[in-house]
Design a protein around this ligand. Structure first.
Ligand code: ZN
Length: 179
């Protein structure tokens, strides 16, 4: 059963997507569709518009769970994790959703698979679009000591996630900061 919410059918944007560059493209499409043009990406608005409920529970072993239900999709994040990690988990689950992964439920971290890698890539591209990261990385080039922390705060992501993205984009300069 499909349920129409806000005039759009759930799963409307979710034809199956195969490659990781397609995951990046889909993330860019989602940002465009929801008029998100600056960090931090407001995941709440995207979830609300898609009719996806988000809540938090104190899990012991999982970062999050996504119940990929046609009628009432729910993302549950681990309330014991920091906000930036919770945001990444939500973005990852949105990856499963927008990439049209068909399983009924996902518990993270899941065993390595193509779908998991694509959801992970979607999350990184959704929260840290390449053009924005490049732009801010350059803007703060005079503050090499702190720019990783500054950008992590601006994008509302963990330093680890940002560091990975900066390396992936080969932005150069000093990535490591003194603690
Ligand atoms: Zn997953």
């Amino acid at each position: 059963m499909r349920l129409a919410i806000g005039g759009a059918e759930i799963g409307e944007m979710a034809p199956r997507v195969k490659s990781s560059s397609a995951a990046a493209r889909r993330a860019a499409e989602v940002l465009k569709r929801f008029d998100v043009d600056a960090p931090p990406v407001a995941l709440e608005g995207i979830c609300r518009a898609e009719g996806i409920a988000v809540c938090a529970r104190p899990f012991d072993y999982v970062a999050g769970v996504f119940i990929n239900d046609d009628v009432f999709p729910v993302i549950v994040v681990n309330s014991r994790e920091r906000r930036a990690r919770q945001r990444f988990t939500i973005a990852h689950e949105l990856g499963h959703y927008f990439l049209g992964h068909r399983r009924k439920s996902f518990a993270e971290p899941a065993t390595d698979s193509r779908q998991e890698r694509d959801a992970q890539r979607f999350a990184a591209c959704l929260l840290m679009p390449a053009a924005w990261v490049r732009q801010y990385w350059r803007a703060y080039k005079a503050n090499v000591e702190n720019r990783l922390s500054i950008l992590a705060a601006l994008f509302d992501v963990s330093r680890a996630a940002l560091e990975l993205r900066v390396k992936e984009l080969a932005l150069g300069g000093r990535v490591r900061e003194k603690r």
